[in-house]
Structure formats: C-alpha cells, structure tokens
Design a protein around this ligand. Structure first.
Ligand code: PMP
Length: 434
C-alpha cells in the first residue's frame, strides 16, 4: 500500500466508527479501491470474491453498467426533491412495481431510508391503526426470540432479548412480548408443538397486542436459523383469530434470496404489513419500503391525526428509486429463480458435506443462503485475514460462518468461497477455545 492509503487507514482506525467493533481496539478494516461484478478490489492488491453481497444487498454485482446509468440519468434530471407536496416518476414506478410483486393486498407504500426505519414505520403504523380504531390499549408488540429487526429503539425492542442489546438499553426500551423461537427446521417433519406456547400467548395477551412481527422463514442476524413454513402459516392464522396485525420483516429475505420472491410465499400467506430494504436498490444505496393494506391506511387516515405521523427528509429519494427500478428490471430479466437454484445446488453439493467436519455443528442451506455453524466462536481478526488471503470476502459472527453471494455468482466463484471455508475449518488459529 502507498503512503496515502496507509494514512487513510490510520485515520479510519483512530476516528471512524465501524459496525459492532471497539473504537479503542478495533478489528482491522480493509481499504477498498474498487469493486466489479462479484469482486472487491482491496488497496493492498488482493482481489476477493464477495460471499456476503455486502450484507444481503448486492444482487447483480458491483459497478453494473445499467445501474450506474440509471443513477447518471436521474442525477442529470434531479437528485432529490422533498416528498411533501412533490412527487416523481421514479417513486411512482417503484411503488407500482412493489404493489404488483409483493403478496396480495399490500396496496399502500411508504418509502423510507433504511431497514430499521421501515420497521419503525411498520410498528408505528400498527400503533396508530389501533389508536384510530379506539383501541389504544392494543399497544404492545409480540415477536419471537432470536429475531433481529434493526438498531433503532423500537426495532431494538423486538430484537432477541438476550443477544439483542436489551440489557444495555432496558430502561428505555418498549416492553414487548416474546414467544419462544420456532424450533422445527425448514426441512424437518412438522409438529404442532412449536405453536402451542405461541397460541397461549395470543390467547392471554391479544387485547394488548397491536402487532406480531417476524422474519419469515429465515431468522437472520439473530442466529441464521431456517424454520418451517407451517410455523409461519400458524402465525398468520393466530393473527387472524385474535385480531392482531401481522408484520413480515422481509428486509433480508425479500426479492428472491430464499428461492421465492418473498419468503412469505413458502407459507402462501400475505402479511398486513411488509418491510423491505437491503436488496431494493441492488446494493447501490440505502432505501426501504413499508407496504400495508388499504384497511390499515384507511383506518389511520380516518383517525384522530388524519394522516400517518412520519415523514423523513429523504423519503422517496429519486436517485434511490431510479436505481431500484433498474435493479428490479434486471432481476426480472436475469431469471433470478435459475440463478438461485444454481447457487443452492452448488451449496448442496459442496457446502453440505462440511457437516461431517469435527468443528461443525450444523450446515443449513436455503436458496442463496449457506450457513456453517461451528462449535467454537471464530477469532474474527484471524479468520478475516485468512479469508482475504484465500481470495474471498466472508465475514462470520459468533459461531456462524455464512455466505449469501450475489445472484450472478458463477460456480467457480461459489467453489472458491466453499473451498476457503473448508480450508479455515482445519486451522486452529481461526477459532477460540470455548
Ligand atoms: N430487519 C432485518 C431482518 C435485517 O436483517 C436488518 C439488517 N440486518 C434490518 C431489519 C435493519 O436494516 P438496516 O440495517 O438497513 O437498518
């Protein structure tokens, strides 16, 4: 690396926060020079194959000419205007597409800045809905353990109570209700026992519950767990039975990642509210959407406030909407089902056998998601360094080494990722003794 690059990294280390790492003893950060297709090019000269899709967001690869062009074209018209009193084609087209492709009945679109904000919006919609229906006592949120819904305060209040920062922020978090996490895996035989406790909670607390929020099928950052579609079906039935709104957080799963366009489709259900983010712009910029039913929008609009009480500065940002529209066009044209089927079959053939390794507790695969759960915690600094040396970008957490590569990944890219995981499993220094 040259002097300028070394200086940049030194400043970064001393002054710039990075997610979930100490500011006094930070994990190393790698300086990126450029990225193209599935490759991230580091300033140190390494070219690594991306296994993370930049946290589930990149679908069609980096530096995509069509996505670049969509941004250039929109920039030359206008980069941003306020959404209060003004509107524009990119936001309208995007909303139209989202209404068309999301599960039935979700007809009203609220655009916002990030996944966490879209969850805040969904929770606030639920509370305002019941307020408008003269049932303000329905003000709690029910969720399941091991969930993750974002880092803002209301979102944190529905994250897992043990690994979700509750202890730290206990005095100010909303007091919500937690059911046990689903235990029956996606491909295990179904048993009703998983919904017994959940049914009891619905029966006991429904008068105070505004909404039930869940990540459909894949519990992501809370443990990369894949649960049975019948559980999701039962959740929908309980929400109907007890008059509780159902919020599907599809921020990680939406737009094809699990092999269905939306993970709700595995259970053939429609939620009352859906949250989308991450993949919406193909990984180009931050944008999220919360869609709800006409019934919810009408109740809120006819309630005391006469409108929904939320309105971010960058709502419906035209650049983000333009690149989202371009990304959704590519998604359709690229036959994402085939792309995901190819990734899944390579994972099944080459990642699944890692199950037999002494260090491995479980391997889980669904669509474009591959998870290797190991027995010991990983040594983050060491494992990250080794992955870069092996030519891949994989960022594990805790005991989870997982990959969800861009949809365009070729078999050779996937095999490089899998080979790297298989190599580090044999290296003691990448793991911490429990
Ligand atoms: N919900 C889920 C299921 C997520 O995976 C995430 C992001 N990891 C969020 C919400 C929060 O999204 P963001 O980081 O864009 O705020």
């Amino acid at each position: 690396m040259n002097n300028k690059q070394t200086e940049l990294l030194e400043f970064d280390k001393n002054h710039v926060w990075h997610p979930y790492t100490s500011m006094s003893k930070p994990l190393p950060s790698y300086l990126v020079e450029s990225a193209n297709g599935v490759h991230i090019n580091l300033a140190s000269g390494e070219k690594v194959v991306d296994g993370m899709s930049s946290w589930w967001s990149v679908l069609h690869g980096y530096n995509h000419p069509e996505l670049n062009q969509a941004l250039i074209d929109q920039t030359q018209k206008f980069a941003h205007v306020m959404f209060g009193g003004l509107t524009h084609e990119p936001a309208i087209t995007l909303s139209k597409t989202l209404i068309e492709i999301t599960p039935a009945g979700l007809n009203k679109v609220f655009l916002s800045d990030s996944g966490s904000v879209s969850v805040e919006v969904a929770l606030k919609m639920s509370l305002q809905y019941w307020h408008s229906k003269n049932k303000p006592e329905k003000h709690k949120i029910l969720t399941v353990k091991n969930g993750y819904h974002g880092d803002t305060f209301a979102a944190m209040s529905v994250c897992d109570p043990i690994n979700g920062m509750h202890q730290l922020f206990e005095p100010v978090l909303m007091k919500n209700i937690f059911a046990p996490a689903p235990t029956i895996a996606f491909d295990q035989p179904w048993e009703n026992k998983d919904v017994e406790e959940l049914s009891k909670i619905f029966a006991e607390h429904h008068n105070e519950i505004a909404a039930f929020i869940i990540e459909p099928i894949v519990q992501g950052a809370g443990g990369m767990r894949l649960y049975h579609p019948n559980y999701l079906k039962a959740c929908r039935a309980l929400c109907n039975q007890y008059n509780v709104l159902m919020i599907a957080d599809e921020i990680a799963t939406g737009l094809g990642r699990t092999g269905k366009l939306f993970a709700c489709e595995w259970a053939d259900i429609s939620p009352d509210i859906i949250c989308l983010g991450k993949t919406l712009t193909g990984g180009y910029m931050t944008l999220a959407a919360t869609l709800c039913t006409d019934e919810i929008a009408n109740a809120i609009s006819n309630g005391e406030a006469g409108c929904f009480m939320h309105g971010p500065t960058f709502m419906g940002n035209p650049l983000a909407c333009a690149v989202a529209n371009a990304s959704l066009n590519i998604l359709k044209r690229n036959q994402w089902q085939q792309q995901i089927a190819n990734i899944e079959s390579t994972f099944k053939e080459h990642l699944l056998p890692l199950n037999l390794h002494d260090r491995v507790n479980d391997v889980r695969i669904l669509g474009g998601i591959g998870v290797v759960e190991v027995i010991e915690n990983v040594d983050m600094a060491e494992i990250q360094k080794r992955f870069v040396e092996l030519g891949v970008w994989i960022r594990p957490f805790g005991k989870l080494i997982y990959i969800m590569p861009p949809f365009i990944s070729k078999e050779t890219d996937l095999n490089l990722l899998i080979k790297a995981i298989s190599t580090i499993l044999d290296e003691d220094k990448c793991f911490k003794r429990n």
